[in-house]
Design a protein around this ligand. Structure first.
Ligand code: KG4
Ligand code: ZN
Length: 371
């Protein structure tokens, strides 16, 4: 399926990234995606974005790594062809290749990285390996070209939950992360507990709309750490909440009757913690922008709760759902930024299942910290 073309974003650029088309590739998990972006003297436009979701994993209730790699192998070529076709571009028009280098499933990443390397070698164009989460961070820039640091970013996906102080593009301070399950992972596991299939997030959101808000009140994990100035102030934890759900499901005499109320109680608990921690981070830094990114940012109730909590002049910026779940357009946006800074990956680029987030600044180097 294709995602909509966005408006232009501008940033400072070096000469050789002016006026060129970039092909971006994303294969970190169960979406095979390719996108073509244009960069004209720093103005970024999205020409095409094709996303193929691997439905096979639904049968197993979660992503099966080996099946994901095999599916990427067979579909990446046609997905790239379609992205080029929709952009009206030929291989020879490409000036650079961006590819997700990690984190993710190593076999799945390997397919994209090998493809990107081969193409860059064949065309003689620069290659840039992109951090998947930095891609999620850049996704909103494709529709909100005016988005500029500093701001707080809450990145919530199936594999990660990160609260970042975005000091500048490429310069980030990690405020907090999950100590166990990621927010999306908790949605997926609770979705399975409630018999909703995989992925659980969208199904829980739909069901929660019908649920009573006060019938189940689950714990708000680690909300109390906000009050102290310790290292866990902005940390998250969702595995205990998942266990609380498991007990509630087992205790329910009629799951069909209680399912929507359970979904509502769970979602309210997760969103309460995410929103409060993100809002306090925005306020304590004196910023006016909160960016929500990653698959869980598709959740309309999350956006609405963040907007209710953060009043004028603070604003909440979220990309449209097609750009929040895994896609190559966001990888291209982050890749163009890195290329514009003169960064290049060598043909020795390797996938990193646990690739560290780039540009993290140590607390000791900062003044006026949020803690
Ligand atoms: O960013 P993403 O597409 O892939 C990863 O990088 O992991 O995120 C996928 C996650 C899944 O856990 C999925 O359940 C969750 O995003 N998700 C949602 C919603 N849509 C997707 N969670 C809550 N509400 C949603 N509407
Ligand atoms: Zn993702």
């Amino acid at each position: 399926m294709a995602c909509a073309a966005g408006r232009a974003r501008t940033f400072e650029t070096d000469e050789d990234s002016a006026l060129m088309k970039l092909l971006a590739i994303e294969t970190s998990c169960d979406e095979t995606s390719a996108a073509v972006l244009g960069s004209d003297a720093g103005r970024v436009t999205l020409a095409s974005c094709v996303i193929l979701s691997q439905d096979i994993h639904r049968v197993f209730g979660g992503v099966v790594p080996e099946l994901a790699s095999r599916a990427h192998l067979t579909t990446l070529g046609p997905v790239v062809d379609q992205a080029l076709g929709e952009a009206g571009a030929r291989l020879d028009d490409l000036g650079a290749i961006a590819v997700t280098a990690g984190p993710g499933l190593v076999g799945a990443l390997l397919v994209g990285v090998m493809y990107g390397k081969s193409l860059a070698l064949r065309l003689g164009v620069p290659l840039i390996g992109v951090h998947h989460l930095e891609g999620h961070l850049f996704a909103p820039t494709l529709e909100h070209p005016d988005l500029a640091p500093p701001f707080i970013a809450l990145l919530v996906s199936g594999g990660h939950t990160l609260l970042l102080d975005v000091l500048a593009w490429g310069q980030y301070r990690l405020l907090g992360a999950t100590r166990d399950d990621a927010a999306g992972e908790a949605f997926d596991k609770v979705g399975t507990l409630l018999g909703l299939g995989y992925p659980g997030g969208p199904a829980i959101e739909r069901l929660a709309v019908e649920g009573a808000p006060d019938r189940y009140r689950f714990p708000r994990p680690m909300l109390n750490t906000l009050a102290d100035e310790g290292p866990n102030r902005f940390s998250f934890s969702f595995s205990g909440l998942k266990t609380a759900l498991l007990h509630a499901v087992r205790a329910s005499p009629d799951l069909a009757r209680d399912r929507a109320d359970l979904a509502r109680g769970f979602q309210d608990a997760v969103l309460a913690v995410l929103v409060e921690k993100a809002a306090v981070a925005v306020e304590s830094r004196g910023y006016s922008t909160l960016v929500l990114g990653g698959g869980v940012a598709c959740n309309e109730a999350l956006r609405a709760a963040a907007e209710r909590r953060l009043h004028d002049p603070a604003r909440v910026v979220v990309a449209s759902p097609r750009l929040n779940t895994d896609n190559a357009a966001m990888i291209g946006a982050a890749g163009l930024f890195r290329l514009a800074r003169g960064e290049r990956s060598g043909l020795d680029l390797e996938p990193g299942a646990d690739l560290p987030f780039p540009g993290l600044v140590a607390d000791s180097l900062l003044q006026g910290s949020a803690r």
